[in-house]
Design a protein around this ligand. Structure first.
Ligand SMILES: NC(=O)c1ccc[n+]([C@@H]2O[C@H](COP(=O)([O-])OP(=O)(O)OC[C@H]3O[C@@H](n4cnc5c(N)ncnc54)[C@H](OP(=O)(O)O)[C@@H]3O)[C@@H](O)[C@H]2O)c1
Length: 253
């Protein structure tokens, strides 16, 4: 059964990791999917893999002019949007003492400000009854050293998502968030850590989950599909934590 037949979906940061897997899932369920990213070559490669029902549009989510151009191009060429997955984000980790203004601004500009203005600029071209999904994190549910700015950016996003849900409910637009735990994506390779530190971090995070492993991008994509489709028709303002049980904070480890 095609759960997104004839739907138009936009996924920011769709050329990699969770965004890419979600694009694959949405297309398999009948949607036409527009993905965004900052790198034309990466976008082209992703669109080629995704096939005829995918379109790539270059747009840096931290750049408001890019977002405005993105919205007007989509409106002109494709019309109204049924599903908006605000997924683009970066993860940079540093101790608070070592986090300078540029570090703070980079993360906030992409993860929080970018997400805020993406949803704002898309509002006029969202179809009534559309689904908006934010990709947050469990990092703000737990005390994760070095993640202050990242966790704060995503906590802000969740707060904003809940308010947005109240403001668009008259249009029957639903707004929900997914808070993933550790998911195996290229984001870890972008942390700038040596392999040994990455391996140690990976083993530590895996051991803290009840399922004792990282999740996959596809496992987040299925949750995004649930929130995008009518299967979640009575859900808005909700946060789905998808973390293999990490935030349960089991006492046996
Ligand atoms: N993996 C995890 O464990 C995990 C856990 C919790 C939450 N998340 C969240 O999940 C989301 C996706 O991350 P991922 O793990 O799938 O990582 P990823 O593979 O690195 O994907 C991130 C995507 O976001 C895009 N992006 C980053 N900055 C952008 C910008 N300024 N403008 C447009 N696109 C931008 C990247 O595009 P470029 O290639 O152009 O940079 C890429 O397509 C992020 O918001 C992340 O915070 C991930």
């Amino acid at each position: 059964m095609s759960r997104l037949a004839n739907k138009l979906a936009v996924i920011t940061g769709g050329n990699s990791g969770i965004g890419f897997a979600t694009a694959e899932t949405f297309i398999a369920q009948g949607a036409k999917v527009i993905i965004t990213g900052r790198n034309q070559a990466a976008l082209n490669e992703a669109v080629q893999k995704l096939g005829d029902n995918a379109v790539g549009i270059l747009a840096d989510t931290a750049n408001l002019a890019h977002t405005e151009n993105l919205v007007s191009e989509i409106s002109r060429k494709f019309g109204k949007v049924d599903v908006l997955f605000i997924n683009a984000g970066i993860a940079k980790f540093a101790p608070i003492e070592a986090s300078d203004e540029a570090f703070f601004d980079e993360t906030m500009n992409i993860n929080l400000k970018g997400a805020f203005f993406t949803s704002q600029k898309f509002l006029p071209i969202l179809r009534d009854g559309a689904s908006v999904i934010f990709n947050t994190t469990i990092a703000y549910h737990v005390g994760m050293p070095n993640a202050a700015v990242y966790a704060a950016s995503k906590a802000g996003l969740l707060a904003f998502a809940k308010v947005l849900a109240t403001e668009v409910s008259a249009r029957n637009i639903r707004v929900n968030s997914i808070s993933p735990g550790p998911i195996a994506t290229p984001i870890y390779g972008k942390l700038g850590f040596p392999q040994e530190a990455l391996d140690q971090m990976g083993a530590n995070l895996s051991s803290k989950t009840l399922l004792r492993r990282f999740g996959s991008s596809e496992e987040i994509a299925s949750v995004a599909l649930f929130l995008a489709s009518d299967d979640s028709a009575y859900m808005t303002g909700a946060e789905l934590v998808v973390d293999g049980g990490l935030t349960l904070n089991p006492t046996d480890r």
